[in-house]
Design a protein around this ligand. Structure first.
Ligand code: AMP
Ligand code: MG
Length: 412
């Protein structure tokens, strides 16, 4: 008897096959989109010193207290302090230092008058307004104190987070290693794109699609040469690579797992640690997962997930099972796609015993979602036009127009 699993059961099983990857330290330039694995503590205060928020003049507020209206105050300009000057001399009472944005405030000064409120003089300066103490000064540590937690472990590193890491003095960050994923397509009918096609053959599209999906999820994909429906050739392609040096976290195959004859992946891996099941889902019913045994070096082999061959089944299965598991292995705070509730723009039928994922297009303004193309799992053009997946719970009744449904937002 074939095992039938729910979508969430199979999701949990695949996720459990991919434990957190080891932590590595990488330069900031390689950290975009990765997840901080350790708390990042500042090694300098931010700002590191009191500095001017404006181009203008550093003064003592008391010295310009009487300025205003038609009675400006004139002060000799004793120093010029551009940004980057490190030898700043103290301000003597009754004088001003010309100062630029980001330049260190001289000792003795307690305010900055912006250049617009002066005549901009270099020998002496005419100050037209009085300013309070503290005016236009950015205080040391007001953004982040020395030794403060700048970014907690688990933070997704985007541009702003990498900017902050640099600003507090970190040249590198600790992140989890990107999972390495081997992608292997199967099918005697497959021909590489760019080659002539004979009647009965099709172009191999799952490999490039799944490799791109792995990359997009943050993993490192290695596309193996695809193999015909021949167990020996399949195992040879695998043994070649698995025996070779280099870490592999996941073997991702497509095709050859259904109920027909010539199911090469099933035939090759059923006795090698992979369990083949049916998931109550459409598309993507036939699935397999496990840990590879009996190939290559001793010890635990890589995790294996075997996806069905129909291109839409393959890609939707990747979205539902593999992408969240890969992201969780990297410590991602949000392994799943963003899911929003939207109203169906049409009435839809779906299987009574399976969770269905339809390709959709969301009108975010009205919160209405419509299908793109039919439910057929060979309809790759429709998938390529879709910007979301519509999740339909098993139901004997039609899902009426206007019903609220879960919509998985794809990055497009
Ligand atoms: P299978 O799961 O091997 O029975 O394949 C199901 C369907 O998907 C068949 O129509 C195959 O030709 C097609 N298919 C399988 N693998 C690929 C692939 N790598 N690229 C494009 N189509 C594929
Ligand atoms: Mg096949």
């Amino acid at each position: 008897m074939r095992t039938v699993r729910t979508v969430s059961e199979h999701r949990a099983l695949v996720a459990a096959l991919l434990p957190p990857t080891p932590v590595e330290v990488v330069p900031l330039g390689e950290a975009l989109g990765r997840i901080l694995a350790e708390n990042l503590v500042t090694s300098t205060a931010l700002p590191p010193f009191d500095n001017s928020a404006m181009d203008g003049y550093a003064v003592r507020a008391d010295d310009v207290a009487r300025a205003g209206g038609d009675h400006p105050v004139r002060l000799p300009v004793a120093q010029d302090i551009p940004a980057g000057r490190t030898d700043v001399v103290a301000l003597r009472p009754g004088t001003a230092h010309r100062i630029m944005t980001g330049a260190p405030l001289p000792a003795g000064a307690d305010a900055v008058v912006r250049v617009e409120d002066t005549d901009g003089g270099t020998g002496t300066v005419r100050v037209d307004v009085a300013v309070p103490a503290g005016n236009h000064i950015r205080r040391v540590g007001e953004d982040a104190a020395l030794g403060a937690l700048a970014l907690p472990a688990g933070t997704l590193l985007g541009p702003a987070q990498l900017g902050l890491a640099a600003a507090v003095g970190s040249a590198t960050v600790a992140v989890r290693r990107r999972p390495k994923v081997l992608v292997l397509s199967t099918g005697t009918e497959l021909v590489a794109p760019g080659q002539p096609l004979r009647h009965g053959q099709i172009y191999e599209s799952n490999g490039p699609m799944l490799a791109a999906a792995v990359t997009e999820a943050g993993g490192v994909a290695e596309l193996l040469r695809f193999v015909p429906d021949d167990v020996d050739q399949f195992l040879a392609a695998l043994a070649e690579r698995v025996a070779a040096a280099g870490e592999v976290d996941l073997l991702l195959t497509s095709g050859g797992v259904s109920a027909g004859a010539y199911e090469v992946v099933k035939d090759a891996l059923a006795d090698r640690g992979v369990r083949f099941v049916r998931v109550a889902m459409q598309p993507g019913g036939p699935q397999g997962a496990g840990r590879l045994t009996g190939l290559g070096p001793t010890g635990d082999g890589p995790a294996v997930v075997t996806l069905p061959g129909n291109p839409v089944s393959s890609q939707v299965s990747f979205e539902v099972f593999v992408r969240p598991a890969l992201r969780a292995a990297m410590g991602h705070p949000h392994p799943d796609r963003a899911v929003v509730l939207a109203r169906l723009g049409e009435s839809l039928r779906s299987p009574s015993d399976k969770r269905q994922f339809r390709r959709g297009e969301l009108d975010a303004r009205t919160g209405t979602v419509r299908t793109v193309g039919g439910p057929g799992s060979h309809l790759l053009s429709a998938l390529a036009r879709a910007d979301c997946l519509i999740e339909l719970a098993p139901s004997a009744q039609p899902h009426e127009a206007g019903t609220l449904v879960n919509v998985w937002l794809l990055d497009r």
